[in-house]
Design a protein around this ligand. Structure first.
Ligand SMILES: [Zn+2]
Ligand SMILES: [Zn+2]
Length: 348
């Protein structure tokens, strides 16, 4: 079968490899149908690492994915604890916590120190035709959710977790710095949660435009000073909750300056140089509550419900499709941020 493997920065090759073995107890064999490219994949692609995780042998990327179950092992229960059945279309939560450490027991599986993660070295991800997955990571999805939207349930899960950390209340004002797919989902969720107004900022004009289409008041940061915009819009008060979803260092400072006295700042983006830079007095004088988002908890059921009911628009965020053979071109397109790039899907 075919797989796309990352050998080094900017070096993805299509390889022919052996099919996986039969699924073991609690496992399933998945025929991968679609994989989304995430900002963290781009870090691995461009920098050869994400945070302090590097790789020293070829790795299969892809942690936003869905597919079809083609075989199941004994006692294969899905994420809802129901028997997993052959033929089901499922979205796959990439994180496998241990479920038996202190963090897992306390309801923080996203902080489990023993977890593995599909698509993060040394565990291979989904840019391959078939793979063995833990049944428990699989969540059946209805036909009304497209393959591409099925991959975006992971992104939506991240956005749900970020909004949970923001503790949004009805009529809270919100700023979203960065309108990539996660930022665009956070702003949709903020509006659903009753937050208003929702302000959004990006340095790519088509992303700011997409934020506008989704109901935010949005600006291109190259055309308007974002701090001045927020000062003017809120009469100097600032917003109740600011989300930083951009990866660029100055974006943390921007978001901190947008938050009101006593406000909340949720940091979701991952900086390329693994450094967080913010003026201390900005956060201290305001007494900001700063929350760092780490992946997600058991959010797939909520994400599936939001997608099924059509209250969150996932297909709208997909700008490109590529076949597995053209994975190198897909990454190249995403890394160069050609006009119009939102979420890129690889159809396996
Ligand atoms: Zn991701
Ligand atoms: Zn654990």
């Amino acid at each position: 079968m075919k797989t796309a493997r990352l050998y080094a920065a900017y070096d993805i090759r299509i390889d022919e490899v052996a099919e996986p073995d039969e699924p073991d107890v609690g496992e399933a064999l998945l025929r991968v149908r679609a994989v989304g490219i995430c900002g963290s994949d781009l870090h691995m692609y461009e920098d050869g690492r994400i945070g302090d995780t590097a790789y020293d042998s070829p790795i299969v990327l892809g942690h936003e994915f869905m597919g079809e179950i083609v075989a199941v092992g004994d006692r294969a229960l899905d994420g809802n604890h129901d028997p997993l059945q052959i033929g089901l279309r499922v979205a796959v939560d990439p994180a496998s916590p241990c479920y038996q450490c202190e963090m897992c027991e306390q309801g923080h599986p996203n902080l489990c120190p023993h977890h593995t993660f599909y698509g993060l070295y040394p565990t291979d991800g989904a840019l391959q035709e078939c793979m063995i997955v833990n049944a428990r990571n699989c969540f059946p999805i209805p036909e009304s959710i497209s393959d591409g939207a099925g991959t975006l349930l992971e992104t939506l899960g991240v956005a749900i977790h970020a909004c949970d950390l923001g503790k949004l209340k009805v009529a809270n004002s919100v700023a979203v710095v960065g309108c990539g797919p996660v930022g665009l989902l956070i702003l949709q969720l903020a509006k659903l949660a009753g937050a208003a107004p929702v302000y959004a900022f990006d340095k790519l004009s088509w992303r700011a435009e997409k934020a506008r289409q989704l109901g935010a008041e949005a600006w291109n940061v190259d055309e308007a000073d974002p701090i001045e915009v927020i000062k003017k819009e809120t009469s100097g008060r600032g917003v109740d909750v600011a989300f930083e979803v951009a990866w660029a260092d100055e974006s943390v400072q921007l978001a901190a300056e947008m938050a009101r006295m006593g406000g909340r700042l949720v940091l979701v983006g991952i900086p390329g140089d693994d450094r967080l830079t913010m003026q201390h007095s900005t956060a201290r004088r305001k007494g900001l509550t700063i929350m760092m988002a780490r992946r997600m908890k058991h959010t797939y059921p909520r994400a599936i419900q939001l997608a099924t009911s059509g209250r969150v628009k996932l297909d709208d965020l997909i700008s490109h499709h590529f076949p597995l053979d053209e994975t190198p071109a897909a990454f190249e397109t995403n890394a160069s941020y050609e006009a119009g790039v939102h979420k890129i899907i690889i159809d396996v």
